[in-house]
Design a binder for this molecule. Structure first.
Ligand SMILES: [Zn+2]
Length: 323
């Protein structure tokens, strides 16, 4: 049963968990804790709204009324910047007036405040260690640009509302990553030439209505795959329409690593202990695949058992540089 559920999740994708107001655009039909938060803000802004977490007609009407009163575009939708401006108004703050909470304003070189300190914390969680000075100087600028480059965004060192939210979500998934996994000592899993593909290869790239849960790493068919860190093979299987031949490594570093599209059943079995660098398979193209590549996922413990997938590219690049 658990395996069936896991395979169904593989096929259809798990529902994203939205953590905070501003993480996504809210509009009629949306549900969640962020909607409840918006409804409480509307009530504080003298537009009493039931805090039921469901964005229905009443919520939409009140959003429109508030947009009209502020002379904003009246569309009944609340994006990142608007969510923060409404939250600030509910706190009695005028536009441009401090103090600023995380993502209340665009951050760039020269800014200072607690929101900058928040960004520096997030950068450190993302694997770009930055001193928590609260002043956005050259070190923060360089760390933001390196993060932007790592996700193939324009590296301009300017973090707007959406970028700050995206960084925080990625950083909080990484906060559970043991320092050992962030700081090297791991072996890059593909023992041969490889690339990182284009934007479609990235974690989060659209995949027919759901989102790509890993990083695709193109390499020649047959290139050896090894365990990046010691651990136990916790799953092994075959899925014709998706993963092809795949295995999951429950690594001793506390993370689960998933390897898909192997050419044939892996030479290791479920329950086997593997050493760091041990061969666990090869690059192939079984399942839903259009050219030989490793589809690689990294999860907090455990895969479809309480864990969450996060963008593995920063880890892969660190391992690639050091091994
Ligand atoms: Zn993939």
């Amino acid at each position: 049963m658990a395996l069936l559920v896991a395979l169904m999740l593989l096929a259809f994708g798990a529902a994203p968990a939205f953590a905070g107001l501003g993480d996504r655009t809210l509009r009629k039909g949306k549900r969640g804790g962020d909607v409840t938060r918006l409804q409480r803000i509307l009530t504080k802004l003298d537009r009493p709204t039931a805090a039921d977490g469901a964005f229905g007609s009443g919520t939409e009407r009140n959003v429109r009324a508030y947009e009209r009163s502020r002379r904003w575009k009246v569309n009944g939708m609340v994006g990142c910047g608007q969510a923060h401006e409404m939250s600030r108004a509910a706190r009695g703050l005028d536009p441009g007036e401090g103090p600023f909470r995380y993502a209340d304003r665009t951050l760039r070189r020269g800014r200072s405040g607690d929101d900058v300190k928040g960004l520096q914390t997030v950068l450190t969680q993302l694997g770009f260690p930055t001193s928590k000075t609260g002043a956005f100087g050259s070190q923060t600028d360089s760390a933001v640009k390196r993060w932007e480059a790592s996700v193939r965004w324009r590296a301009n060192g300017v973090a707007d509302c959406r970028q700050l939210h995206r960084m925080r979500r990625a950083g909080s998934a990484n906060a559970d990553v043991p320092a050992g996994a962030r700081n090297g000592g791991h072996v890059f899993p593909i023992r041969g030439e490889h690339s990182y593909g284009g934007s479609g290869a990235r974690f989060g790239a659209p995949r027919g209505g759901r989102s790509h849960r890993g990083q695709d790493v193109p390499a020649a068919a047959g290139t050896r795959l090894v365990a990046p860190w010691q651990g136990v093979i916790s799953a092994k299987g075959y899925q014709a329409s998706g993963a092809g031949h795949y295995i999951v490594l429950a690594s001793d570093d506390g993370l689960d690593y998933v390897f898909m599209h192997l050419p044939s059943a892996a030479p290791v079995g479920q329950g086997d202990r593997v050493a760091t660098g041990q061969t666990i398979g090869a690059v192939g193209c079984t399942g839903g695949c259009s050219g030989p590549h490793l589809h690689f996922e990294a999860w907090t413990a455990h895969w479809f058992d309480g864990g969450q997938a996060f963008d593995p590219l920063p880890l892969l690049k660190q391992w690639d540089e050091s091994s």
